[in-house]
Every structure is written in C-alpha cells, then in structure tokens.
Design a protein around this ligand. Structure first.
Ligand SMILES: Cc1ncc(C[n+]2csc(CCOP(=O)(O)OP(=O)(O)O)c2C)c(N)n1
Ligand code: SF4
Ligand SMILES: [Mg+2]
Length: 297
C-alpha cells in the first residue's frame, strides 16, 4: 500500500474533521476543478497532521470562495479581491495558526492585484492557492485578466480582445520567496505541492491550473492532462532566470516548484526583530467582561 494512503487511513479523524456533513450546501458544477482542489487541501492537511483547530481558511468571493461552505473549520469569507489582507492580518495576530488563502484569478489579478503585490513583497507567512480557471466564473464566464486573447466568453462574444497576464511571470517579477504550479487534474501533485506550501514559512504562491468546463469549455481535465508536464529534474528552483524560463512556457504548462528563495525574511521575522518584544500580538489582546452588555439585550 502506498505510504500516503497508510497515513491518510491512520489519520482518518483529522480528515473527517474537515468534512462537511451538511447535505443542503450548494455544490459546484460537474467536472469542476474546485472539487479536487478542496480534496487535495484536506489530504495535505491530514498528511501534515494539522487538525482543524490549528488552521484558518480565508476565502475570496467566487466559485472558488464558495469552498467556504463546503469545509468544516475556521473560515473567513471576505470581499472580492480582498482575501490577502484578511489572511495576513489573521496570521500577524495569531502566528501559531496555519493560514490558507484561496482566491480566483479575477479577484487576484484585477480587484485584488494591489494586495497580491504587497503580500509577495512583505512575504506574509500564508499559503496562497490561486484557482486559475481563466475567467470570472461565479458571475457567469466573463473574461478575466488571465483569459487568453481570442477566447469567446460572455461579455466578449467576438473573443477576448486583450492579451492575458502570465500569473507566474507577474509574481516572479516581485521577488517572491516561493512559486509553484500544479493542476486540478492531478490530485497527488496538488497534495505534494500544498504540503510544501504549508511548510514554507513565507508567502507560498501556488498557481492551480483549474478546469471550469462550464465557461471555459475547452479547458477540461482531459485537456490539461495533454498539456501539463513535470518540471525537468535538473531545474534549479533557486535560479530566478531558470524559473522565468519555466514560467513562460504555456505548452506544456510545467508543474512543480518553479522558484524558491530561502534567504528571504518573512514579515513576522522582520517585525519581531524591530519590536524586540517576547509577546505575540495575540498575547496582548485584553480581555473585556461584556456580560453586563449581553444582559441588556
Ligand atoms: C468588488 C467586487 N467586484 C465585483 C464583484 C462581483 N463578482 C463576484 S464574484 C465575481 C467573479 C469571480 O471570479 P474569480 O475571482 O475568478 O473567481 P471564480 O468564480 O472564477 O472562482 C465577480 C466579478 C464583487 N462581488 N465585488
Ligand atoms: S462555473 Fe466553473 S468554476 Fe464555477 S462551479 Fe461551475 S465549473 Fe466550477
Ligand atoms: Mg476565475
């Protein structure tokens, strides 16, 4: 039996802790990549033996963000494009939490692009999962900044007239500490990538190429399986120029650890050096007795 499967069976209670039992939740469309992404997140947490009380899930708005009703645990479901400041604030206030932020490509590269830039620059210790389905899915398939030029979408029936960003190239230009790419067509690969992101200690940017067969009809899991390849074994992830070369390829899309800068100091280490304090912000929160206010309600 494979080693991971043995650990998953041994830790079944951890996995079950994240599993919603509510039969009334709305589900995603058939064939949607959000299912295997959420499955892989739960497996990665189980393999790392991280119980739900030690984890905070921060969700943006979108089909991706609707993962918040389909998982048990501490969750914040924020405004569109604003998940990263929420995640960073929660992590700074309570550094012992493992903070996972998830957002769509529309939120991340349009409404929230300023937050992304500063999350990478500050190296907040957060694992960030980009659900890269190359469209604004929840609002029914409009082109996003990651939709390839020429794609016929809702609100662009003649084809998207504008070139897309390459998300990896954008982030590599910001001096990140961790950049990886994986795909919703490969659960095992996502699990390994998320485990690496959980152990990173700084801002782990993980681009998940995600199938959305409803609005990006040609980008199915079958299509991805023909267009993805592992990063060549001789790739040196500490070499930024090699990373840029890997990132620019879109056929194939390379899966794996594209870049890693172990020298970068994360935000918490940087501020702790300045504060010279031996307390965490969460230790400094005062306790107030609100019982008299509650009695008046
Ligand atoms: C500030 C703001 N702008 C726009 C919207 C409307 N809106 C909600 S979800 C969404 C699309 C989400 O697309 P994406 O972020 O890629 O997530 P996906 O649904 O594809 O997972 C939009 C435009 C909003 N709620 N708030
Ligand atoms: S519209 Fe796309 S992203 Fe949204 S649930 Fe359906 S397949 Fe998934
Ligand atoms: Mg999207």
């Amino acid at each position: 039996m494979n080693k991971n499967l043995k650990i998953l069976i041994k830790n079944q209670d951890i996995y079950e802790g994240y599993t919603t039992r509510d039969e009334t939740v709305n589900w995603w469309c058939g064939g949607c990549g959000n299912y295997p992404i959420q499955q892989a997140v739960k497996q990665a947490l189980t393999l790392e033996e991280l119980r739900r009380e030690n984890v905070l899930f921060c969700y943006d708005v979108g089909c991706s963000g609707n993962g918040s009703d389909k998982i048990e645990g501490y969750t914040i479901h924020g405004l569109h494009g604003r998940v990263l400041p929420l995640a960073a604030g929660a992590k700074i206030a309570n550094p012992d939490l493992h903070v996972i932020a998830e957002a769509g490509d529309g939120a991340t590269f349009s409404e929230g692009v300023g937050h992304l830039v500063h999350a990478v620059r500050n190296d907040y210790p957060v694992m960030f999962i980009l659900h890269d389905n190359q469209n604004y899915a929840l609002t029914t398939g409009q082109p996003s900044a990651l939709t390839p030029k020429g794609c016929k979408m809702n609100a662009a029936p003649e084809g998207n007239p504008i070139d897309a960003f390459n998300p990896l190239e954008v982030v590599l230009g910001l001096r990140p500490s961790f950049v990886a790419q994986t795909c919703s067509a490969n659960v095992d690969h996502m699990v390994e990538t998320f485990r690496r992101g959980l152990n990173h200690g700084g801002f782990a940017f993980i681009n998940v190429l995600q199938a959305c067969p409803t609005y990006n009809k040609f980008i199915t899991h079958e299509w991805y399986l023909e267009h993805i390849q592992p990063i060549p074994e001789d790739h040196d992830p500490t070499d930024i120029w090699a990373a840029r070369k890997i990132a620019e390829s879109q056929d194939p899309f390379y899966l794996g650890q594209i870049y890693h800068n172990p020298e970068k100091q994360n935000f918490l280490d940087a501020i702790n050096e300045m504060r010279e304090a031996d307390t965490k912000p969460v230790d400094e929160v005062k306790h107030y007795d609100v019982s008299s206010i509650l009695e008046r309600l």
